[in-house]
Write a protein that binds this ligand. Structure first.
Ligand code: IVH
Length: 691
């Protein structure tokens, strides 16, 4: 091991990364799996090395540095507690017309034309909890979890001062679960981030994340330092209900000593409800905490009982979501990134700004026409919008605020990474670097794609490692991955610019090098769809690769046809059009690509594709769109399942969509489906449908 005083900053950075990861793994093994794999002294040695390196290079201290971890890591094995009454979510609506539809549907259901009383409440953007009281004493508190069971956060919630731990009121039921939201005020969120920044600790993206990170701490002392708040808005299991409406419950909750939202309002007429929404949207940014909409609840419990529940949500309540939030900020720079296929994508670096609780410092500019169309220039003040998880967008430029020296942005005509010509084909919006794999950016992105999760899925070859290995000449092409071990272990090898073998590189050791070689070896057998996808042919995503695999069955069939330029079969595949076929043929015309494929075939066995699709399933031939967060399976699983049952999974809703499966917090896709009159299924309904 090199002496810390002789190490370069680059080496130190790599080693710090290695130590952070190694110690994080060791922590999981120790705290969560109860299976330590480092001895105490090995662990301490890493800790000490980390300390020394950080002392010499304080600017390299990482956010995930072990030196910043206080106490135990965030627990993923909190004790699970089953909810006696499930914690449901709410259906979302997004517009006034949907609100009208909702109210009308309630009236129809109840067979009345009278206005219905609604309790209208801000929708808090925090984490829901359920706190169980028995005979006036707080017994335990749980997170929502999957709605059926959650995590035991009793010790943590006890540190939140506004939650009474003992309730002495004769009306307080013997047993009751008080439910509501834990949140962090905007002021506390900013203060926490300021403090963390000064101390080089974790910066939270928004108050909700900060609240979640603070509540789910093994060490409740940390929760205590974080200034969390909470309020209640409903109840779960209860021994006796001595209130007749939501408004009465909220009144009692307040008397019992629980915080309730001061903006809750009982509305008697539809017009009042509409006004409430508009007003709250106006004052939203000035509220001390984040809200993301308004919840409407039928007030009377007898009506609630008649209305009942749909699969996962009550019929008697609905959440009306606010539109995406906007903010004004300044464009500090416009950068042009080069992707795997050479596409030049402009990105705006922004003066960081809080947009709806999230700090935004970049926005995509799509392509050069978009910059022209909106006339976005470096130095301009712009309106940015963030909707859901999508990359923030620039909506418009405030021309009146434009400075005198602000000049039009000139889109580069050469690749900013390799200097090759950047060409724009007729009819295409993107300009592309013509350097092919001789362009380092394209080569690196291709390598990243090759090892990515849906391709070869090689663990241990993260983005940073690919970049370093590429720069040092260890990996230039995908096939180099499979000769890595051999080249590394050969004696005559001048392995990289520093003449180091992998295990000698900063941040590496014998064990980590061996792990890498093992994970590469494990991928010497690969499924046909993965292999086709890994090639990185333009426009050929994982779904198209699967279609090709299904239709050709084995790589040779596909390969020979493509080399001959025979696209007849390709064009018969539903989902592959002329443009895609052209790109595929183009790919196989390139001698360099053929060379790589030939080399890869020396090292990897490509399995034949056996089609196990069930074409008799109820969803065979249908086009499905998934939206929101699914609870019982991941998106990838849902997609795989749907594909295996013969369905096509699309990314966006169109008139070709047969149905939309809606998870939690679904946004614009569900809305569009409603507009197009496309059937929407809940996750449960979908699962039942596919058996
Ligand atoms: S009532 C059966 N009231 O929104 C209905 N929920 O999308 C129970 N939320 O999981 C929920 N503010 O975390 C209710 N005033 C409010 C709320 C609220 C925020 C959250 C809650 C729930 C989610 C549903």
């Amino acid at each position: 091991m090199k002496d810390v005083s002789k190490i370069s900053a680059r080496e130190a950075a790599l080693e710090l990364e290695y130590i952070a990861k190694e110690m994080a793994k060791a922590d999981v093994a120790y705290y969560q799996d109860d299976e330590p794999y480092l001895t105490d002294s090995q662990y301490d040695a890493l800790k000490l090395r980390n300390e020394l390196l950080e002392k010499r290079f304080p600017e390299l201290i990482r956010n995930d540095s072990p030196s910043k971890r206080v106490g135990a890591p965030i627990q993923s094995d909190f004790k699970k507690i089953e909810h006696r009454v499930p914690m449901l979510s709410l259906a979302d609506i997004f517009s006034k017309s949907e609100l009208e539809d909702y109210i009308n549907s309630i009236k129809r259901f109840l067979n009345t034309t009278d206005d219905i009383e609604f309790m209208v409440e801000p929708k808090m953007d925090g984490l829901s909890f359920s706190a169980r009281y028995e005979h006036g004493h707080l017994i335990y508190a749980v997170t929502r979890g999957d709605g059926k069971s959650g995590e035991d956060i009793t010790e943590n919630i006890k540190t939140i001062k506004c939650l009474p731990q003992v309730v002495l009121n004769y009306e307080f039921p013997d047993i009751i679960e008080m439910r509501g939201e834990v949140y962090m005020s905007k002021a506390d969120f900013f203060a926490l981030n300021e403090k963390n920044k000064a101390e080089g600790k974790k910066i939270f993206a928004n108050p909700r994340n900060a609240a979640a990170g603070s509540l789910r701490q093994l060490d409740a002392n940390i929760t205590k330092q974080r200034n969390l708040s909470l309020l209640v808005y409903t109840w779960g299991d209860v021994s006796e209900i001595c209130w007749k409406s939501q408004s009465e419950f909220l009144k009692k909750a307040k008397i019992w000593g629980f915080p309730v939202n001061e903006y809750n309002k009982l509305c008697f007429h539809t017009s009042e409800i509409m006004d409430y929404f508009e007003n709250l949207e106006k004052i939203r940014s000035g509220l001390p905490y984040d809200i993301d909409g308004v919840v409407y609840k039928v007030n009377k419990l007898d009506l609630q009982a008649r209305l009942g529940f749909l699969t996962r949500v009550p019929r008697w309540a609905v959440a009306h979501k606010f539109e995406a939030e906007k903010a004004i900020t300044r464009v500090e720079n416009i950068r042009v990134q080069v992707g795997r296929t050479g596409a030049l994508t402009p990105v705006a670096d922004l003066e960081p700004v809080n947009v709806g609780g999230v700090m935004v410092s970049h926005a995509t500019l799509h392509n050069e026409d978009e910059i022209k169309r909106k006339d976005i220039r470096i130095g301009d003040y712009v309106v940015v919008q963030r909707a859901g998880d999508v990359i923030p967008q620039i909506l418009s430029v405030l021309k009146e605020k434009r400075g005198q020296n602000v000049v039009e942005f000139e889109f580069p005509l050469v690749c900013p990474e390799c200097g090759a010509h950047a060409v724009r084909q007729e009819g295409e919006a993107v300009r592309r670097c013509s350097g092919g794999l001789s362009c380092p950016a394209q080569a690196i992105e291709s390598l990243k794609h090759f090892v990515s999760r849906e391709a070869f899925d090689i663990e241990g070859l993260g983005d940073k490692i690919i970049e370093d290995f590429y720069q040092d000449g260890i990996l230039k092409h995908p096939d180099d991955i499979f000769t890595l071990e051999e080249r590394n272990n050969g004696d005559d090898l001048f392995f990289n610019t520093q003449g180091l073998h992998i295990e000698q590189r900063p941040g590496w050791g014998i064990k980590s090098a061996q792990n890498l070689f093992k994970s590469i070896k494990d991928k010497r057998k690969i499924s046909l769809p993965r292999f086709i996808y890994a090639l990185g042919i333009r426009q050929i995503g994982a779904a198209t690769a699967l279609l090709i695999a299904k239709n050709y069955g084995d790589f040779d069939n596909f390969y020979q046809a493509m080399k001959m330029g025979d696209i007849s079969k390709l064009l018969t595949i539903d989902g592959i059009g002329q443009a895609m076929a052209d790109d595929i043929i183009e790919f196989f015309k390139e001698p360099h690509n053929i060379d790589i494929i030939e080399k890869l075939r020396l090292y990897v066995a490509i399995e034949k594709f056996e089609d196990q699709t069930n074409y008799n399933s109820p969803i065979a031939g249908k086009t499905i769109v998934f939206t929101g967060t699914l609870e019982s399976l991941t998106r990838a699983e849902a997609k795989a399942k749907a594909n295996s049952l013969g369905a096509k999974v699309a990314g966006s809703v169109s008139s070709h969509t047969d149905f939309v499966v809606e998870g939690k917090d679904a946004g614009s896709k569900a809305k569009k489906a409603k507009e197009l009159g496309i059937q929407i299924l809940s996750e449960d309904e979908f699962l039942r449908m596919i058996g």
